[in-house]
Design a protein. Structure first.
Length: 57
């Protein structure tokens, strides 16, 4: 899932920034799914968040 927000410079009518939020699911064993999120500000990764999970060796 992807969410997008943009900011415009009202005076010059141009795009001055945008934020994308990518939501995903992951699994450490294939049995259960956890949720994660990556927040991008322009082309830069601003934040990564993942639900806690147990590392299986």
């Amino acid at each position: 899932m992807f969410t997008f927000r943009g900011w415009l410079d009202q005076e010059h009518n141009r795009n001055i920034g945008h934020e994308g939020v990518y939501r995903f699911e992951f699994s450490e064993t294939g049995d259960s799914r956890q949720e994660g999120k990556v927040v991008m500000l322009g082309e830069r990764v601003e934040r990564v968040a993942m639900e806690p999970y147990q590392v299986v060796e």
